[in-house]
Design a binder for this molecule. Sequence first.
Ligand code: V47
Length: 346
Amino acid sequence: MAERIGWDQALSLARSGAREDPMRLGELADQVRRARHGNRATFIHNLQINPSNVCVRDCAFCGFAALPGEPGGYSLDEEDILGEIAASGAAEVHIVGGLNREWDFNRSLGLIARIRRAFPQLHIKAFTAVEIDWFACQSEIPVREVLESLKQTGLDCIPGGGAEIFSERIRKRLFPRKIGADRWLEIHETAHRLGIPSNATLLHGLGETPEERLGHLFRLRELQDRTGGFVSFVPLALQTGAAGGRESTMGPLDDLVMIALSRLVLDNIPHIKAYWPMLGLSTAAVALGWGADDLDGTLGLEKVAHASGADTPRALAAGEMVRLIREAGYEPQERNGSYQWVTRSA
Ligand code: V47
């Protein structure tokens, strides 16, 4: 087996490699991706539900959230959510929302219970570490008990959101009221120890240095060495429609370099997602040759990226995902939430 990439080598790739020979970086990541996943690229028929955008945290980059009482705040009700899931026929629901006192732990747990009862086969990916922390603090229940209750009620996995960038410098400047790296990692570790798999994200474009990006990746790698609970890593490209201020150096090539670095450093996380709502369809398709092996999903009702100015479609049909993957030169494979293959009847 090839030797594991260390900090110095990763830093040299992230600094001079990315600037002087980005294609070489892409090729290295593609070799790793091909050894793991061959020519296959996967996607899932899924649906994103954002029960409420009302959030007390006020993060500078987020165009989705509204402070309590601010115009534009909304809260869905359970009947509507169940109706949306039924209408979608999705294999997976991804639930993520703001920190809203109306959506406390009991109500959120009740939502999972109702979804599980109505859709026994549905893969339920719900509540970021930020929301889990909020539930625990508001209800004065330990994180472990929050996660145990969610698991018993029907939660399958927790999404990777809320990690942003593991840098105290940037957290203090842009999201000072949100949990930091230590707490985010502690919650994921607790989930993994309870047998709840999870994903991880990194939000790039916030003015972070190559060292800060790599610091984030290496902390994830270290936790994964100990638990093995991360299934997928999702680099999120900052959308600036609402918040403004993406660095002028940011663009598709930087997005691809981020994906390549992720594939090279995170040798212990099986999947790297090219999240098309934020990357754009063309960059997401090209990213399949830079280390990514999965395009997330059809994503009906996605709101977080689009509220922050993403100009990608709101959702794609499964057929459109197949076409996108095929036209990029890969073999499309629909999957379920556990990355098992799904065969669609014509
Ligand atoms: O937590 C907020 C980010 C996340 C912006 O686990 C922004 O499978 C870019 O986590 N520009 C939610 N990003 C999305 C997310 C996710 C997406 C796809 C798959 C998975 C998974 C997880 O979006 C938030 C925050 O980190 N975000 N605002 C913005 N302006």
